[in-house]
Design a protein around this ligand. Structure first.
Ligand SMILES: Nc1ncnc2c1ncn2[C@@H]1O[C@H](COP(=O)(O)OP(=O)(O)O)[C@@H](O)[C@H]1O
Ligand SMILES: CC(C)(COP(=O)(O)O)[C@@H](O)C(=O)NCCC(=O)O
Ligand SMILES: [K+]
Length: 244
């Protein structure tokens, strides 16, 4: 049973901020953007805030959002050694990205079995959790846009217009396709290696680039766009219950 009903989850990633509004257990709406949605008329009882941005950026975001909802309580979520029945693999648990921590917790509660969690965002994170809720650890790799940006910024002749970024058949035959599809192949190879190492695990995938990758990944998996928000709800509610 939740301690509160109207909850706003703020998930600040390095590329975009996801705002998720809950009424009870139901997700009312999800907004992705840089600023707090104000015209929704939704006034949360509490805001659960999860940010992987710098302390300074997170503090500015906190002030902006709290100014929009001065009556709302505020809970900043941080990675812990243990929460919601899940243990953190990190020797220094607070250093695990809060997005990863929340995704791991949500995936465990969703599938309740051995699970691989993939979050394809600014960076691509893969975390492995066993059915007992033990986070075994995971990887961080450059995201699709980051790989492309690295090639564009570190080379003289990798240049192309956005109109050249097209899907094609067979091996890439243009600079744009070579770069974009090369990055995708890198990630797919990474994920397929993990699939062969954990063949019996269920897969839960989230993040803004998830769909682009899933279309090419021959693995049966569950796409959960709201995974981090679901984890934030679980952790925030547990924290509130603990404070009652
Ligand atoms: N509306 C959108 N705005 C920004 N990025 C988007 C959007 N839709 C899909 N994407 C893709 O999602 C990626 C960002 O994913 P996201 O999970 O939001 O990242 P993060 O959590 O690291 O901020 C971008 O690199 C982009 O390719
Ligand atoms: C790896 C990340 C930058 C991913 O953030 P995102 O792609 O969501 O912007 C974030 O999880 C983070 O800051 N992690 C801290 C380092 C770690 O998890 O080991
Ligand atoms: K994220």
């Amino acid at each position: 049973m939740s301690v509160v009903s109207r909850v706003l989850i703020v998930d600040a990633g390095n590329t975009s901020i996801k705002f998720t509004a809950f009424e009870g257990e139901q997700v009312l709406w999800v907004e992705r953007g840089d600023g707090c949605p104000t015209e929704s008329g939704f006034v949360p009882e509490v805001i659960y805030f999860a940010s992987v941005r710098s302390k300074e950026q997170s503090a500015l975001l906190h002030a902006d959002i709290q100014a929009e909802f001065p009556q709302s309580d505020w809970v900043t979520l941080t990675s812990q050694a243990f929460a919601c029945g899940v243990s953190n693999a990190y020797v220094e648990p607070e250093r695990l990205g809060i997005d990863r921590w929340l995704g791991v917790i949500a995936a465990h509660h969703l599938v309740k079995s051995d699970v691989v969690v993939v979050d394809a965002g600014t960076a691509i994170k893969v975390d492995v959790v066993n059915k007992e809720g033990v986070h075994l650890g995971g990887y961080i790799a450059a995201g699709l846009a980051m790989m492309e940006d690295a090639l564009l910024s570190k080379t003289a002749r990798i240049r192309y217009g956005t109109d050249e970024v097209v899907t094609g058949q067979g091996l890439p035959n243009s600079t744009a396709r070579a770069v974009v599809e090369g990055g995708r192949e890198m990630v797919l190879g990474f994920l397929e290696r993990i699939y062969h190492r954990y063949p019996e695990f269920k897969w839960v995938v989230t993040g803004g680039d998830a769909q682009e990758l899933l279309d090419s990944l021959g693995v049966s998996l569950e796409c959960q766009p709201n995974l981090v928000a679901l984890g934030a709800r679980l952790v925030g509610d547990e924290q509130l219950r603990g404070n009652k």
